[in-house]
Design a protein around this ligand. Structure first.
Ligand code: IMP
Length: 423
């Protein structure tokens, strides 16, 4: 093994939690570099189900160090809740298994208020955010008015910064007819939680650097997916961070020449939650998944939009991320189908295109060109080797990986740790 970046090759929810959990067994350190508690990684171990939002999924394996890097935005109340929830599930967290960057930016309740307010104001054009305040928090970071975790540990400095920030935010809230933020309770709440997480906060650039110098192997776990990337995704229907492979470096302070391998996670079909174009969306696939109780969001519980596998999108994801190997998850979701569709190109205003247009208004007009293949109509959930999969399922996997342009490495045939096939 070496230093690996795992990214989502679609619109998020590609089953990365399970893939990370599998890969973590083979590495020493797991790093999160972007996003916030808008992410929700579900990992099933034995009878227990864990939903991780900010903490890297590696926390579930003993003896692994998890790092939340500078590129993540942190709601410390939510982080503390997650730490406490995990403790009730028997996962103890301290500075031996979790460190958090002092340069990570804080998410405040007023970020959530602004997030909600913007969604309301946008009306039909809303993004469909998770309402976790992610966009406004990253907005503050880029506008250079953000407050970082390291500030939280310096009482006077933090008080000063928060007072100044709240003053400006209250002007904004007043315009929207919202109640102003009261500084005192907010200060007390954040200073209190700051003390609880103080032992975890450090310069994680050095932590990761030292681990690399010591020959330890590192997994950078991506959150969300390629098409939610603020630069390369279906803007403005995206999240507010870079979700593509490069973010592993900027969001953790690791130089690009230390990355050895990029693994892309993708579902055997496609899903998307929130608004925005989704060319292969198909009601029959949505109905099938929802009837099986699948494809409801881990964080918000929202029903995901579902559709056929979109190789135009995943091929572009391969280009953007430099994906070497693929982890295809949720193959079992397609077990009952007699025929399957694979999108191999789009038709845009009558012309065939092989790459997704970068303008959402054009993407909205794209009509998928499908190749149809036979299904396997057998359960795959008990397969533990590639050869145990039905022939048509193997053919399907080879087809979607060839179209994407990377090697198949892992196949997921169910939620549990055991339901993973390594090639
Ligand atoms: P935000 O990240 O809450 O601002 O939401 C922006 C868009 O990204 C919305 O469409 C969300 O549904 C989507 N999104 C954010 N996080 C995730 C995720 O972890 N999985 C899937 N979609 C996400």
């Amino acid at each position: 093994m070496s230093n690996i970046v795992l990214v989502g090759a679609q619109w998020g929810d590609e089953g990365k939690g399970k893939v990370i959990d599998y890969l973590t067994d083979k590495v020493d350190v797991v790093v999160r570099s972007q996003g916030g508690n808008n992410a929700g990684h579900t990992v099933v171990v034995g009878e227990k189900k864990y939903i991780l939002r900010l903490i890297p999924s590696g926390i579930l394996r003993k003896g692994k160090l998890c790092v939340i890097g500078n590129g993540v935005v942190i709601d410390p109340i939510s982080l503390w809740e997650e730490i406490s929830e995990l403790a009730t599930q028997g996962v103890k967290i301290n500075s031996k298994n979790l460190l958090v960057s002092e340069c990570a930016h804080l998410v405040f309740p007023f970020h959530k208020m602004i997030d909600e307010q913007r969604e309301v104001s946008k009306g039909a054009q809303k993004i469909g955010t998770t309402k976790r305040g992610i966009g406004p928090a990253y907005g503050d970071k880029i506008a250079r008015v953000g407050i970082r975790l390291g500030d939280l540990l310096q009482r006077e400095l933090f008080t000063e910064k928060l007072q100044s920030r709240v003053k400006e935010v209250n002007v904004f809230l007043r315009v929207f007819g919202q109640k102003p933020v009261r500084i005192k309770p907010l200060l007390d709440q954040y200073l209190e939680v700051g003390e609880k997480i103080r032992p975890l906060i450090t310069n994680t650039v050095l932590t990761v650097h030292k681990a690399m110098v010591a020959g330890k192997e590192i997994l950078f776990e991506g959150a969300q997916g390629t098409f939610l990337d603020v630069d390369h995704g279906t803007y403005p229907y995206v999240t507010s961070s870079n979700t593509t492979a490069g973010a592993a470096c900027t969001g953790s302070g690791v130089p690009p020449n230390r990355i050895d391998l990029v693994i892309g996670a993708m579902k055997a079909y496609t899903t998307r939650v929130g608004e925005g174009p989704f060319p292969t969306q198909d009601d029959s696939v949505s109905n099938l998944m929802h009837s099986m109780g699948r494809e409801y969001g881990a964080v918000t519980g929202r029903a995901r939009r579902c559709g056929w596998f979109d190789a135009v999108a995943t091929r572009y994801a391969q280009i953007l991320n430099g994906i070497d190997e693929l982890a295809v998850t949720n193959l079992d979701g397609l077990d009952s189908l007699g025929r399957l569709k694979i999108c191999v190109a789009y038709k845009l205003d009558g012309k065939r295109v092989e790459v997704p247009p970068t303008s959402v208004s054009q993407l909205e007009r794209c009509v998928p060109v499908y190749q149809e293949v036979d299904g396997w109509q057998k359960s795959t959930s008990d397969a533990r080797t590639f050869d145990e999969l039905p022939q048509n399922a193997r053919n399907y996997l080879h087809t979607i990986c060839n179209l994407t342009g990377a090697k198949l490495k892992i196949v997921g045939v169910g939620q549990s740790r055991a339901q993973t096939i390594a090639l």
